[in-house]
Design a binder for this molecule. Structure first.
Ligand code: C2E
Ligand code: CA
Ligand code: CA
Ligand code: CA
Length: 275
């Protein structure tokens, strides 16, 4: 028994060490990438269901030379505060991309960026956004910010104030990963957002069923609160058809497009429902 106990302990200990070492490794990769500007953004189309046209692109962060998922490196960036400088790079890059598209005549394609709670609470966020919009002569309404309900954990009143200030600038706010958290639906009545993004896991679970009542009801609830609804992670036609029937406003997923580089030549005028 003693031996088993020891082995168990060793095993556990090794795993802890590994996780810690992994984190350090990722932290070092991130520090290097910040110094060498080794990040890039990919853009995934978000399509308006009523028109079949691209309304917006979600900017998704990648490392240039290393194949490492943001679901692995973003949490490390958040823990180490590196998310602040990485996040500023993302904001600047996205707004510059909006400018590039505008100059090329690609009109009315918004960009949505993901914003971590730490970034939202950064006291320099607002002026940084203002300055970057001004530098690039871009209307703030072209930018959307995706947040998760996690921003409410630290200081609900403060989060609401900041979001309202961002909205005052003209930025739209989307509540990301909707349906994955623990809060009640009640917070939809007070968090100042324009849209909710139904998480992939929600669609996967509830659109499988013949009865789509759960998703349909969420969409109706959102609409009754004047919120638009985006469904993300949509991979098959049946899901799309059910969402359309349920009145969903926007759709995003591999069924239509993977995240792309910033070249829009081939897809700018594409109608995504000409299957
Ligand atoms: P997210 O914000 O929920 O982004 C959606 C994720 O789903 C993206 O993964 C996207 O590539 C993926 N996806 C889109 N359509 C489909 C589909 O049809 N099927 C499947 N299986 N996946 C799909 P990605 O790019 O790996 O990003 C993962 C997460 O990392 C994001 O989840 C977001 O939370 C975070 N992230 C990415 N870029 C940034 C960033 O610039 N800043 C911050 N703070 N977080 C970021
Ligand atoms: Ca997102
Ligand atoms: Ca999401
Ligand atoms: Ca997610």
């Amino acid at each position: 028994a003693k031996k088993t106990g020891k082995n168990k302990y060793l095993f556990f200990d090794q795993r802890m060490t590994l996780a810690f070492e992994e984190k350090i490794k990722i932290e070092n990769i991130l520090r290097k990438a910040i110094k060498e500007k080794n990040f890039k953004l990919l853009y995934q189309p978000i399509i308006e269901i009523s028109t079949g046209e691209i309304a917006c692109f979600e900017a998704l962060l990648r490392l240039k030379n290393i194949n490492l998922s943001p679901s692995l490196f973003i949490p490390v960036a958040e823990e180490t505060d590196l998310i602040l400088s990485i996040g500023r790079w993302v904001i600047k890059q996205a707004i510059k991309q909006l400018k590039k598209w505008e100059d090329k005549g690609y009109k009315n394609k918004h960009i949505a960026i993901n914003l971590s709670p730490k970034q939202l609470y950064d006291t320099k966020l607002f002026s940084f956004l203002q300055d970057t919009f001004k530098e690039n002569d871009i209307d703030p309404s072209m930018l959307e910010i995706e947040i998760t309900e996690n921003v409410l954990i630290e200081n609900r009143e403060e989060a609401i104030k900041i979001l309202q200030k961002l909205k005052g600038l003209g930025i739209t706010i989307a509540l990301d990963d909707f349906g994955t958290g623990y809060s009640s639906l009640n917070y939809l009545t007070f968090i100042p957002v324009d849209k909710i993004k139904l998480d992939k896991s929600l669609s996967d679970k509830f659109l499988e069923l013949r009865n789509t009542q759960v998703i349909d009801s969420l969409i109706s609830l959102a609409h009754s609160l004047n919120l638009k609804v985006v469904a993300e992670g949509i991979e098959d036609m049946k899901q799309y058809e059910k969402l359309k029937r349920g009145g969903c406003d926007y759709i995003q997923g591999y069924l239509f497009s993977k995240p792309l580089n910033g070249e829009l030549e081939k897809i700018y005028n594409k109608n995504f429902f000409d299957f």
